[in-house]
Design a binder for this molecule. Sequence first.
Ligand code: ADP
Ligand code: ZN
Length: 210
Amino acid sequence: MKRLILFGAPGSGKGTMGDLIQRDFNYAKISTGDILRNAIQQDSTDGRQAKSFMESGGLVPDELVIELVRQRLSRSDLDGGYVLDGYPRTLAQAEALSNIASESEKAIFIEVSESEAVERLLSRLTCSECGAIYNLISKPPKTAGTCDLCRGRVAKRADDNEEAVRQRFRVYGERTMPVIEFYGHKKVLERVNGGGAAALVYEKIKGLIA
Ligand code: ADP
Ligand code: ZN
């Protein structure tokens, strides 16, 4: 399988699982959220366009995201396979993806209750340099405010507040659930219970990849 797509609500663990898969399977990880946050940090044209959508918990317009993914998929480091985290999120993005590159694929839907996901998001900390994910309660960085991996600044993401989280869930239900159904109909979708400790969820996901 060449392409693995991770689906799940905000806070379901897509980013964390993507990092582990990248580490163990040598897949490239492509996270549109990370790409967009980098663009914002660099204050590029794309970043300036995306910023307000992201901060309010809405979706960045399809044209912009599709173009960023098209550019990323044209790079030559994907021969060993790649994992998508946060893309596709709309039916238009899913259609664009199959047009850009049709390859053998599997999708994993990480299911978690909304209350657990919200609790995770509101206690989550993220490295502003490398995107590494921490949690105030269950996985704080060794030195407060500093990334264990790259020494970058670790802080709350701008959209990890109650209002933006509520909006992200609304958008997820309206725009992304139909995409997950679409992959279900394609018969490439596996479901995993994403509740509980990351290591346990990852064991289940590993079994589906290998
Ligand atoms: P989460 O899954 O926890 O919401 P992400 O980092 O995947 O976090 O996404 C954060 C924000 O980035 C989204 O709320 C949205 O504004 C933007 N974004 C990320 N991926 C996409 C995408 N594929 N299409 C449109 N917007 C996106
Ligand atoms: Zn870091």
